[in-house]
Ligand binder design. Structure first.
Ligand code: GDP
Length: 441
């Protein structure tokens, strides 16, 4: 899923990493590469055009946080725009259950798109949360489809309504509804007939079925592997049937992802589920934000940037950075830094957002360590916090008593502070005295 796009975009972001800040010139080149990547992923060209325009506008207008590098800012903007084209609002993608059961879901789509399989998957999805489901075999032209649905029904232990004596799908749907009511089903999922191509007879039959049972949801099932064809067919179906949502199947076999990235914008209908394999469990609810993260292959960094944006006041961070740069770091500054970091959440939760680290296995970071250091600093007088040099052995003994620590720990902390200041001095010398360290990332 989205393998090529992921590779291409990662290369674009890597290129941005060398930049000090986002400018009209360097964004131009990055946008060109993003554009090519999207077109190569078979995204609808109109969607690509709008996508690039929106990213350009946001990137140049963004108040770039000095604590974030240009590539991080750019990733965030591209991510947000991906969420946008994938559907934006999660709420719209949910299935609305009717307060008067059964909720009726009608599946529509071309033959071979995966309608029957997906009907079973969808039934299983609801049954997992304790709902009772009736599957309705209304694909009367493909006899095997009825058998297939019965097999699926047996596998997931769902009731299946069939009537092999008639080809009248309107009658089947209406009778099934009566049966669903009688047996008090929460949901009824109608597997309708498909054709190899859209034709009048098929559309007419679907419209009549729709009018007969008045479904709560009409879900169009499209094969992601057919790319832009899936999008075009979805649009035609939707214009006639007014679907409520889309399910994309065979995402597992689609390395490009063009259909997923175009279908919402072209049809105006949300993508509600995706199927990612032939097995019943290869099915998931669709979340635009999570999918955007997956496309970027570095999803968690987005949450990290968001947390930083929410928790860290850029002016406060700037003031602290330039103070440390000019006068060196003291214990008071250390305390302020801890406060900023803590506003972003526990250390472990922050570490988990860093790509690569979570994959490395269980983490061994300890918030208690920070708490101990805070306690030590808080036991110092304001004068001591700003002048570590005056900490003689009697002062250290007092601080150790006050913070429940040992003189040894306080000595260690003093050494750490000294080392940090030495390191910053060395960096400053290396970079030249004119450089503002607070603006380097
Ligand atoms: P229908 O004619 O629309 O009812 O399509 P079917 O449900 O019979 O599916 C057609 C073929 O696509 C079957 O071989 C399914 O196993 C396969 N299929 C359905 N969904 C997926 C999917 O998400 N991934 C893969 N790889 N195959 C799928």
């Amino acid at each position: 899923m989205f393998n090529t796009l992921n590779e291409k975009l990662t290369a674009v972001f890597k290129g941005m990493r060398k930049q000090i800040r986002i400018s009209e010139e360097n964004i131009q080149d990055a946008l060109k590469q993003v554009r090519i990547a999207l077109l190569e992923a078979d995204v609808n060209f109109k969607v690509v055009k709008r996508f690039i325009e929106n990213v350009r506008e946001k990137a140049l207008g963004e108040a770039v946080l000095k604590s974030l590098t240009p590539d991080q800012v750019f990733i965030k903007i591209v991510h947000d725009e991906l969420v946008n084209v994938l559907g934006g609002d999660d709420a719209a993608a949910k299935i609305n259950l009717n307060s008067k059961p059964p909720t009726i879901i009608m599946m529509a789509g071309l033959q071979g798109a995966g309608k029957t399989t997906t009907s079973g998957k969808l039934a299983r999805f609801f049954m997992k949360s304790g709902k009772s489901v009736l599957l309705v075999a209304a694909d009367v032209y493909r006899p095997a489809a009825i058998d297939q649905l019965e097999i699926l029904g047996r596998q997931i232990k769902a009731d299946v309504y069939t009537d092999r004596s008639t080809k009248d799908v309107v009658k089947i749907a209406s009778d099934a509804l009566a049966y669903a009511k009688k047996t008090a089903k929460d949901l009824m999922i109608i597997d309708t007939a498909g054709r190899l191509h859209i034709d009048e007879t098929l559309m007419d039959e679907l419209v009549r079925t729709k009018d007969a049972v008045n479904p709560d949801e009409i879900l169009f099932v499209a094969d992601a592997m057919t790319g832009q064809d899936a999008v075009t067919v979805a649009k035609t179906f939707n214009d006639k049937l007014n679907a409520t949502g889309i399910i994309l199947t065979k995402m597992d076999g689609d390395a490009r992802g063009g259909a997923a990235l175009s279908i919402k914008e072209v049809t105006g209908k949300p993508l509600k589920f995706i199927a990612i394999g032939e097995k019943l469990e290869d099915f998931e609810q669709f979340y635009p934000d999570r999918m955007a993260s997956r496309i970027l292959g570095m999803g968690d960094i987005v949450s990290l940037v968001e947390r930083a944006q929410d928790a860290i006041d850029p002016d406060e961070a700037d003031d602290l950075a330039s103070k440390i740069q000019k006068k060196g770091m003291d214990f008071e500054d250390m305390l302020k830094q801890f406060k900023m970091i803590k506003r972003m959440g526990s250390l472990e939760s922050i570490m988990r957002l860093i790509p690569g680290l979570s994959a490395a296995g269980p983490m061994n970071v300890d918030d208690r360590q920070i708490k101990r250091i805070e306690a030590i600093i808080q036991s110092m007088t304001p004068h001591e916090r700003k002048n570590a040099k005056i900490l003689n052995s009697s002062r250290k003994k007092r601080i150790a008593r006050g913070s429940g620590s040992s003189v040894n720990e306080i000595n260690k902390l003093c050494t750490q502070l000294e080392q940090m200041n030495k390191m910053m001095k060395r960096m400053k010398q290396k970079l030249g005295s004119g450089k503002d360290l607070s603006k380097m990332n």
